[in-house]
Design a protein around this ligand. Structure first.
Ligand code: EPZ
Length: 421
């Protein structure tokens, strides 16, 4: 089993290049199934979730080839049976549902798994497809969705679900007539999907607002598209720098997509600047020397504070001078990492969707386990700032979303490596 070893207390200095966004790349890979022509996606991170999505596509007969930072996808062949193993491991596997039903009229897919963040049903996805005329049934843990041709309609989401918005938007592209998705998610990755689809000949508008309109077309063509930079990865490095102490520059960092995080960091007292819209620089003496202020954080759908940065900022707040409250309004149970932070000396109590954090003067290195992807990132933040050595197990979770994590942190001065334990 692999683990990440960190000797805390080292200041970080230099530049980190931010990779393409996991949560956009995975959806664009699914969107490429809407056409039988070749698509080229540039800036696709080499992470485990992308590899799982490649397995899903290949399992359906699609040709996928990696060329450096790019993926070439050609769905001339497209089966309707999704291989169950990768879907069991990764919830984003269900994003192929909309495109495959729209193009082939049927899909059979295993109930998805993924990070354990509380109950994560897919009822919005299925209800939306039903509203478009699909028949949905469950058999032996599989979901079967069938429709001769989907029909455009009005869809109302109970919650602005990112995945449901994208799945239904993709399904609607080849549907007959117009689909309007109300209470749509507004995350920036949905804008990336809209741009990609329109470049392929789709007619989608409204991404970034709560109402998305899709006028169906009969076919799409292939295209070449550059995946947007990963705002969550940028936020993770930013917070790690604020905790450990650093003079660190991140680029390309989409400043406009990080406004809620940057506002909260300012409130905490973190010194950051953005010399241009794609660059962020953070200067810090480290949490202990800076005497950061405690804050209240509410993780909400975009443009609220991102739930995917909730664990990392909580780790930083364990080192603030006073009591902070962090609430997650998106995922019901995203504090699986709190017990691990406690092993490092953090004072943190969780009640339902809320954590109360009493800032302490220092953390001490410990042997801990990443419970999920961003929970693992929180432990990295804490270990970089802690006194002494930490060993973080459960590295498989970190590998889902961060490419070459130790190498990139080592290049800016962290004492970090991967070990067999
Ligand atoms: C996406 O997941 C992201 N994943 C998640 O990032 C992120 O945390 C989440 O959006 C919220 O921003 C990808 O993009 C691959 P949702 P998704 O549907 O689409 C409930 C990370 O760390 N819900 O917006 O699955 C659901 O249970 C990952 O990178 C239903 O009840 O999230 C949750 O409470 C983890 N029924 C809330 O909505 C449904 O049919 C938001 O989920 C769908 C969702």
């Amino acid at each position: 089993m692999e683990a990440i070893w960190i000797q805390g207390g080292n200041q970080l200095a230099g530049n980190i290049a931010i990779y393409g966004a996991k949560n956009s790349a995975l959806k664009l890979m699914a969107a490429a199934l809407l056409t039988d022509q070749p698509c080229r996606l540039d800036n696709v991170p080499d992470i485990r979730d992308v590899r799982l999505m490649v397995q899903i596509l290949e399992g359906m007969g699609v040709q996928v080839r990696r060329e450096g930072e790019s993926l070439l996808i050609e769905a001339k062949e497209l089966g309707t049976e999704v291989p169950p193993e990768p879907v069991r491991e990764m919830r984003a596997g269900i994003q192929v549902m909309g495109p495959v039903v729209a193009r082939k009229g049927r899909i059979r897919i295993f109930q998805p798994g993924g990070c354990s963040l509380g109950p994560r049903p897919i009822d919005f996805h299925l209800r939306g497809l039903e509203a478009m005329g699909a028949r949905v049934r469950e058999e032996h843990g599989f979901i079967v969705v069938e429709a001769e041709r989907l029909r455009g309609t009005d869809i109302y989401l109970d919650f602005p679900s990112v995945g449901a918005t994208e799945n239904l938007m993709m399904a609607a592209v080849l549907a007959e007539g117009t689909t309007v998705i109300h209470n749509a998610a507004r995350e920036p990755e949905i804008g990336d999907a809209e741009k990609f689809l329109n470049q392929c000949g789709a007619r989608v508008s409204g991404a970034g607002t709560g109402v998305i309109r899709v006028e169906g077309v009969t076919s799409l063509q292939g295209t070449s598209y550059q995946v947007m930079p990963d705002r969550i990865e940028a936020a993770t490095f930013l917070i790690a720098a604020a905790a450990a102490g650093a003079d660190l520059t991140l680029r390309p960092a989409p400043v406009v997509h990080l406004e809620a995080v940057l506002a909260k960091l300012s409130q905490i007292g973190v010194d950051w600047e953005s010399p241009d819209p794609m660059t962020l620089r953070v200067r810090s003496q480290g949490a202990l020397a800076e005497g950061y202020r405690p804050v209240h954080v509410r993780a909400l759908p975009y443009p609220g504070f991102p739930t995917d940065v909730q664990p990392q900022i909580t780790a930083l707040l364990t080192l603030a001078r006073g009591t902070s409250i962090v609430t997650d309004e998106v995922h019901a149970a995203r504090f699986g990492y709190a017990g691990e932070l406690r092993r490092m000396g953090a004072q943190i109590w969780v009640e339902g969707r809320t954590a109360v954090i009493k800032g302490c003067s220092h953390l001490t290195g410990a042997r801990v386990t990443a419970p999920d992807l961003r929970g693992g990132a929180a432990l990295i933040v804490a270990a970089l700032a802690a006194e002494g050595e930490s060993l973080i197990e459960g590295v498989v979770h970190l590998d889902r979303g961060y490419a070459r994590l130790e190498e990139r942190l080592r290049q800016v001065g962290a004492r970090i490596c991967r070990l067999e334990v």
